[in-house]
Ligand binder design. Structure first.
Ligand SMILES: NC(=O)c1ccc[n+]([C@@H]2O[C@H](COP(=O)([O-])OP(=O)(O)OC[C@H]3O[C@@H](n4cnc5c(N)ncnc54)[C@H](O)[C@@H]3O)[C@@H](O)[C@H]2O)c1
Length: 256
């Protein structure tokens, strides 16, 4: 039980296919108390029903594009649930037209929106969590990224640029919060069929290519991603910070 006695806040639950759910299940199985946040547009009843599988779990509404909302949400969580040992950032968004068109046609507004929700939100969450003093000593933050930040992936477009900003933010944040012995890392997950993934053109082809070329010749599951997140939340990874860990069945090591 590597997370016994820890409370983990999972931000970005949508449904049972969400990577956030796989992380929550793993954290729960490893002994953590798990709480959630969801976007205000998600159906509260459905989320309540899903998380009722984890005893005592509660979800709070939080739109991460507003600092004020994040602050209000974190203050409520601190008041009702006490301090937190780990936060999962499992959130991304881009306008559909910005993913469907060639990257060169990305609008100024679309670029700003995708980077705001998918990358800047991690900076805001980390800063505000510290400001409201909701993090326990040696807290660990984990975010989700994708290979499209490193290399061009057909159809990933603007989201690849936002993930690159997210990955570099992690390194700078690691330096800042390291002063207080807190850690932040990202998992670069292989492609997984989720509602967000549906926004990527020809996502099925990406899954097929991974199965064909990855050293382990299969696609990853949300639970496999969750197990690595549990490791990152636990003291087993106490010397790991500012890292991007690939959980992709080895796909990213393959050249020709
Ligand atoms: N599915 C994949 O292939 C894959 C691979 C690597 C990384 N990721 C990343 O994993 C994370 C989770 O995505 P997923 O695939 O599980 O899809 P998902 O659709 O289940 O989760 C995305 C979540 O982001 C939330 N969200 C969007 N805008 C928000 C906002 N303004 N405020 C608060 N929440 C907001 C949605 O409500 C949703 O819960 C994302 O960062 C995604 O980029 C996904």
């Amino acid at each position: 039980m590597i997370l016994e006695g820890k409370t983990i806040l999972i931000m970005g639950i949508r449904n049972k296919w969400s990577i956030a759910w796989g992380v929550a299940v793993s954290a729960h199985e490893n002994g953590a108390k798990v709480i959630f946040t969801h976007h205000p547009a998600e159906k509260e009843e459905k989320i309540k029903e899903l998380i009722s599988e984890l005893p005592g779990a509660k979800s709070y509404s939080c739109d991460v594009s507003s600092d004020e909302e994040i602050r209000k949400c974190f203050e409520t969580i601190k008041k009702e649930q006490g301090n937190i040992d780990g936060i999962l950032h499992s959130i991304a968004h881009a306008n559909t037209e910005d993913l469907r068109n060639d990257f060169i046609f990305t609008s100024r507004e679309g670029f700003s929106h995708a980077n705001d929700v998918s990358a800047y939100s991690l900076v805001a969450i980390t800063r505000i969590a510290k400001e409201v003093n909701m993090l326990n000593e040696r807290a660990s933050i984990v975010a989700l990224t994708y290979f499209g930040a490193e290399k061009v992936v057909e159809g990933y477009n603007l989201m690849g640029v936002a993930k690159a900003a997210l990955e570099t933010s992690i390194k700078y944040l690691a330096k800042d919060i390291g002063k207080e012995k807190m850690r932040i890392n990202a998992i670069s997950a292989g492609p997984i069929k989720t509602l967000s993934a549906k926004g990527i053109k020809d996502f099925g082809t990406i899954l097929d290519v991974v199965e064909k070329r990855a050293p382990l010749h299969e696609n990853v599951t949300t639970k496999q991603v969750g197990d690595v997140a549990s490791f990152l939340f636990s003291s087993l990874s106490s010397a790991v910070t500012g890292e991007i860990i690939h959980v992709d069945n080895g796909f990213s090591i393959i050249g020709v």
